[in-house]
Ligand binder design. Structure first.
Ligand code: GTP
Ligand code: MG
Length: 464
């Protein structure tokens, strides 16, 4: 990828819309755009930086043929998104105007931007760190308020600041031990307890960050919530009640749901990715069996399982088998059909199923009737994932790449701790501290390898 030419792309989604934005970046952006874009009585290069001006946009080959009237901004380096000269043309929405203008710009000497290239240039030119660039992607894909908020915090460099703070701590320790090793006569030798205390404080910070990863991931991706149980217990009815519309087919025929159904709802600022699954039972036809296999793999992938039982029936072998399959998961046991005469003892159901659910909730969701217990179910879920975890003033790691680097840094500090205990000399301790700094630098992109940078930006869309 060349990184010093001028690139262009449409930054808005294709299709009908109020406006479309064509974005250009590079040293020749203004000159290239000037061939087509004319502010009344002036040249594009005469425009003040960072101000919108109404311009006429002409065909690149036929200067008398007007394509659109557009609001155009020139943003000169280094104060722009990419840190280069940027031109943004806000033309009318829809497919044709933006495509024609982009086509002309490409014919006039710009190159079509690759996926994520604008943000990659911003990273290279020091306008954002790597975690900030990843936050751009998280922000665009955010499906809940909490995810949006966390991405916005990272975007402003909050995560980078946190990492820099820890890295500075490691650096000052490294400087001290390295000076002590190099100049044993001149430099006062650090006390082992003092080094140990510093290492343990740094490890505690890293531990907190790593622990927050799960919360961060849930903020970003939502909670994968599988609704499971044997056929006919009311799984689809509960899905519909949570969604507040009749999404899934509900009948009194066991085995109604064949394929999994996924829908998203927001509970307490967090997205719940609800997955209604086929009822699991041993006797089933070919199609149902495939559905059941999908149910089973959804249990494995779930962050949360809503295990539904029918409280108007005795627990069966199928109930027991499903309970065994969800035993290691975070489970909410739902005793459904409480509007009917109940035969199971509420307090004892979990025990009989031999599971320890995080909560037990009674619901009823009869066809045509008013559902009950659904609000309570939502409250239990939001307490579990929101009140119990998410703090809105804290920034969370959201992806495996960042988490792995934090763990790598922690392992290096652990090695240093162990070394200290066995009386390892300070110059060897320095090597471990250096490893920790390198791992932390990977998060912000200071010490990162090219392939990792590539893998971050290839997930972007063109125009970002
Ligand atoms: N009385 C009563 N009937 C319910 C309740 N919940 C579900 N039903 C009824 O039970 C039957 C089965 O409901 P579904 O929601 O289709 O059950 P399911 O667990 O999705 O079943 P499968 O898709 O076959 O696995 C339907 O006739 C529902 O109307 C409830 O709380 N009370
Ligand atoms: Mg169903």
């Amino acid at each position: 990828m060349k990184l010093n030419d001028t690139i262009a792309a449409i930054a808005t989604p294709r299709g009908a819309g109020g406006i479309a934005i064509i974005r250009m970046s590079g040293s020749d952006a203004v000159e290239i755009a000037a061939r087509m874009v004319k502010p009344g009585g002036r040249e594009l290069s005469d425009l003040e930086s960072h101000k919108l001006t109404l311009c006429r946009v002409y065909d690149s080959k036929n200067p008398d043929y007007m394509l659109d009237r557009a609001l155009v901004a020139v943003m000169y380096a280094p104060k722009s998104y990419t840190g280069e000269n940027v031109v943004e043309i806000n033309c009318h929405g829809g497919f044709l105007a933006a495509e024609k203008i982009l086509g002309g710009i490409l014919e006039s000497g710009a190159r079509m931007a690759e996926a994520g290239e604008f943000t990659r240039r911003a990273f290279i030119n020091g306008k954002t760190d790597l975690s900030g660039a990843e936050a751009v992607l998280d922000l665009m894909n955010a499906s809940s308020e909490a995810g949006l908020h966390n991405a916005a915090l990272s975007l402003t460099g909050e995560l980078a600041r946190k990492i820099a703070e820890i890295r500075d701590g490691v650096l000052s320790l490294a400087a001290h031990v390295s000076a002590a090793a190099d100049y044993p006569e001149e430099v006062e030798q650090p006390e082992a307890e003092e080094v140990e205390a510093k290492l343990s404080a740094l490890r505690a910070e890293l531990g907190r960050l790593a622990e927050g990863f799960n919360t961060g991931r849930i903020m970003r991706d939502g909670v994968r919530t599988a609704i499971v149980g044997k056929p006919n217990v009311g799984k689809s009815s509960i899905l519909n009640a949570l969604l507040r519309f009749e999404r899934a087919i509900v009948t009194d025929v066991p085995g109604t749901t064949r394929d999994t159904i996924e829908e998203v709802i927001c509970v307490g600022g967090i997205a719940l990715r609800l997955i209604d699954t086929a009822g699991i039972r041993s006797a089933a036809d070919e199609v149902e069996r495939i559905g059941i296999e999908r149910s089973e793999s959804n249990i494995k992938l779930a962050d949360l399982v809503l295990l539904v039982t029918d409280s108007s029936e005795k627990l069966s072998e199928d109930d027991m088998r499903i309970a065994a399959a969800v035993r290691d998961k975070k489970v909410i046991l739902i005793l459904n059909k409480t509007d009917k005469e109940t035969v199971t003892e509420f307090e004892r159901t979990a025990e009989e199923l031999n599971i320890s659910p995080a909560a037990v909730v009674k619901t009823s969701a009869p066809k045509g009737g008013e559902p009950e217990g659904i609000d309570a179910l939502e409250k239990v879920i939001s307490d579990m994932f929101v009140c119990g975890g998410v703090k809105y003033d804290e920034v969370y790691l959201t992806n495996e790449r960042q988490r792995d680097s934090v763990l790598k840094a922690d392992t290096a500090l652990e090695r240093a701790e162990d070394g200290l205990k066995t009386g390892m000399p300070y110059d060897l301790l320095f090597v471990d501290l250096e490893d920790a700094m390198y791992a932390l630098g990977e998060i912000t992109g200071e010490t990162v390898q090219e392939e990792i940078v590539d893998s971050v930006f290839e997930r972007f869309c063109v125009g970002k």
